[in-house]
Design a protein around this ligand. Structure first.
Ligand code: IPE
Ligand code: IPE
Ligand code: MG
Length: 249
């Protein structure tokens, strides 16, 4: 269990190994400035650059960013097109700098509904960076937890697994996140208090942190506040923390 004790004997969380972020609020950020929603998403992409560097600098080994959900296809066409275009731009402009910084790029989600060129670009970035080990940056794109779980169950059935051989570990191996540890901290920007179909299985015991800042405004100081809040959490996993057992006589 990832905990340690401070001088008062309090059980505190160790620094998170895996931070996952629901990057929300680009549209409202743009609206406040009289800009278009696609301009808000472009500002959101700029923010990804600094936040990736911030968490890598703080020693976080896995950073997962929710960029496009299976439900986001239902937005107006021009907004969907701008989001698809931005992923292509990010892969073109950022893959080499990330590679040089030792960052591995990983994709979570469906690939079959993306344009061919984007699918190829994702595969190339993943392939180029696969041996990097400073930090794994997973981009959840056309990702939805329920679809991921349905996909896993289909694959389990197709592989002919028998009921008694299916365990939580087997399930986890069939999810897109099979190569990632569960997230320790899930951050949502934009003030909402919901998961919106993000990592429902994997976040079972994650600590949740909601920041009121829109995603483009979520800077290093905001990210440091999230880590600070996390460091004061007591993770129990359904058990009692050391020092909490005294009433049991
Ligand atoms: C997050 O910002 C980006 C995506 C969901 C793709 P939003 O576009 O959801 O911004 P708000 O929530 O409307 O402000
Ligand atoms: C969640 O944000 C998805 C991403 C950040 C990619 P949404 O803006 O789509 O979520 P809802 O609609 O407010 O729940
Ligand atoms: Mg939103």
């Amino acid at each position: 269990m990832s905990t340690s004790q401070d001088t008062r004997g309090e059980t505190l969380a160790d620094p998170p190994v895996h931070v996952a972020i629901i990057m929300d609020g680009n549209g409202r950020w743009a609206e406040e400035r009289g800009l278009t929603r696609p301009e808000g998403h472009a500002a959101g992409l700029d923010n990804i650059r600094r936040i990736v560097r911030f968490f890598a600098g703080r020693g976080v080994k896995y950073l997962t960013l929710f960029a496009f959900s299976t439900e986001n296809w239902e937005r107006p066409n021009d907004e969907v097109e701008s989001l698809i275009g931005l992923l292509g731009q990010a892969l073109r402009d950022e893959t080499l700098p990330l590679h040089e910084e030792g960052i591995r790029i990983n994709h979570l989600g469906r690939l079959d509904r993306l344009p061919d060129a984007l699918r190829r670009a994702i595969r190339e970035s993943v392939e180029l960076t696969r041996h990097n080990d400073r930090m794994t940056l997973s981009v959840a794109y056309d990702y939805g937890s329920r679809s991921e779980i349905v996909n896993a169950v289909r694959a389990i059935v197709a592989d002919g697994l028998l009921p008694h051989s299916i365990s939580e570990e087997v399930m986890a191996r069939y999810l897109y996140t099979s190569c990632l540890p569960d997230p320790d901290l899930v951050v949502r920007t934009g003030g909402e208090m919901r998961l919106s179909n993000f990592l429902l299985w994997q976040a079972a015991y994650a600590e949740f942190y909601s920041a009121s800042a829109w995603w483009p405004d979520f800077d290093e100081a905001e990210a440091a506040k999230a880590l600070d809040a996390y460091s004061r959490r007591r993770r129990r996993y359904g058990r009692l923390a050391p020092g909490e057992t005294r009433g049991n006589r």
